[in-house]
Design a protein around this ligand. Structure first.
Ligand SMILES: [Zn+2]
Length: 114
């Protein structure tokens, strides 16, 4: 693989160490990012270049004076150079729709060790 230039995506994240040929990669491909940034945990990464990320939020219940956990799942693009696995905590950024269900891309794997 040739030496690739890593694009600056305009967000303060560590660029992946690996290179890739993925055209939907925000660092090495042509994908432009805009919109929201989210964090979540990868719950499934079985399909190539796709992952499911779960986000937990707390909903207040006035009747019981307590919080209940509510979760939502997002299908995200998992670029080959990041290749997040199940259980990883990742940062997502919104992009244009990449497929029927994917509108977010993983931009950083925060649980990756050096
Ligand atoms: Zn890449």
């Amino acid at each position: 693989m040739k030496e690739q230039k890593v694009k600056n995506i305009g967000v303060d994240v560590k660029a992946p160490k690996k290179a890739c040929e993925d055209r939907h990669c925000p660092f090495h491909g042509g994908l432009k990012l805009r919109g929201r940034i989210l964090t979540g945990t990868v719950v499934a990464a079985k399909v190539l270049k796709t992952a499911t990320v779960e986000r937990i939020r707390k909903q207040y219940l006035p009747k019981y004076n307590r919080f209940e956990k509510r979760t939502s799942k997002v299908r995200v693009h998992n670029p080959l150079c990041i290749n997040a696995k199940e259980g990883d905590v990742v940062k997502l950024m919104e992009s244009r729709p990449i497929s029927k269900t994917k509108r977010f891309v993983i931009i950083e794997n925060t649980s990756e060790q050096e």
